[in-house]
Design a protein around this ligand. Structure first.
Ligand code: NAP
Length: 298
């Protein structure tokens, strides 16, 4: 199959004795698009690899991580609720995983487990692909959870200023305190409230939604406060990808701003993991197509 052909994400890979195995650990893992996305990518490049969902209960994480090594897997992705809990269970962390405080990709090298985080790189690739070059920008990030930490890590290396506003302001302040020494951008924190949002919005070139507000099935919700006008010159990047257009994205577009959903981040965090495991450039178009087919079915 060429990169431009649409793969069928439900095709079962042929697994042979020498097939390489990677997978996804999480609890639950049933709704993840990662298995069809990666399997379509392996098939497109003719790689004898397969990606399997691995439901791991939180209390079984330590055994599961040893199992990854013991069973000869090449690596795994990790999702909720294991990303933070993996930190002390690996042999080495990349600077991204250490600073963000979460591991979403394990790489097995010579029996050693390397913990990495591809959310930050995935976000940055997706943002540039969406047509927004973040170098020197003033960014406003809504939310201070795990995804926001990856976003602030990524933007902190290239933006001039990053303001983090959160429903629980303490968490935003903790994030900024944690990151301030580690990234060159100037960081600020505050509550996700009208006056503060209004002031931060007036200076922002980029608005990132790193909260789940607006995600299916709560599609009518938005983290943006109605009384605050969306800055028309800013670009809106919503990490949510279901629905494909969130209420926040509509607000941004109505104000004349550009907007992107989080599908690109999902694909590119997967692409970076794929490249770390296989050493091959990821077939990004194939991965997009696989995700789109799965999401259309939902
Ligand atoms: P998380 O660690 O649970 O953090 C959630 C954040 O959202 C917190 O800051 C929380 O504020 C805030 N929040 C939750 N409900 C809120 C509400 N009703 N009003 C205002 N703020 C609210 O979650 P996460 O892992 O960071 O994920 C955040 C979002 O990013 C999710 O939608 C997730 O699917 C998405 N995501 C997308 C990708 C991608 O590849 N596109 C990757 C990672 C995550 P408090 O601190 O006050 O609780």
């Amino acid at each position: 199959m060429t990169e431009n052909e649409t793969p069928s994400p439900l095709r079962v890979p042929v697994i042979l004795a020498h097939s390489r195995v990677v997978g996804l650990i999480g609890w639950p893992v049933e709704h993840s698009v990662s298995p069809p996305m990666h399997n379509a990518a392996f098939e497109a490049l003719g790689l004898d690899w397969c990606y399997v969902p691995l439901p791991v209960r939180p209390r079984r994480l330590r055994e599961a991580v040893e199992g990854v090594r013991a069973l000869g897997l090449c690596g795994v992705n990790a999702t909720v609720p294991h990303k933070q809990a993996l930190l002390p269970l690996v042999d080495e962390l990349t600077p991204a995983a250490e600073t963000i405080g979460a591991v979403n990709t394990l790489i097995v090298e010579e029996d050693e487990l390397l913990g990495h985080n591809t959310d930050a790189g995935g976000f940055m690739r997706a943002l540039r692909e969406a047509g927004f070059p973040p170098d020197g920008c003033t960014a406003l990030v809504l939310g201070a959870g795990g995804a926001a930490r990856a976003v602030v890590y990524a933007l902190g290396g290239v933006a001039e200023r990053v303001t983090v506003l959160n429903r629980t302001p303490r968490r935003a302040h903790d994030l900024v305190e944690d990151f301030q020494r580690r990234v060159p951008a100037h960081l600020a924190a505050g509550p996700l409230e009208g006056g503060v949002l209004s002031e931060a919005a007036s200076e922002a070139d980029l608005v990132v939604n790193a909260t789940p507000v607006g995600m299916w099935p709560e599609e009518d919700a938005s983290p943006w406060l109605e009384e605050v006008p969306f800055p028309p010159g800013a670009f809106c990047f919503d990490l949510i990808y279901n629905p494909r257009e969130t209420r926040l994205m509509r607000t941004a577009r109505t104000a004349g701003a550009g907007a992107s959903n989080g599908l690109g981040m999902l694909v590119h965090q997967g692409a970076e993991a794929f490249e770390r495991w296989t050493g091959r450039e990821a077939p990004v178009k194939v991965m997009y197509a696989a995700c789109e087919q799965v999401l259309e079915r939902e």
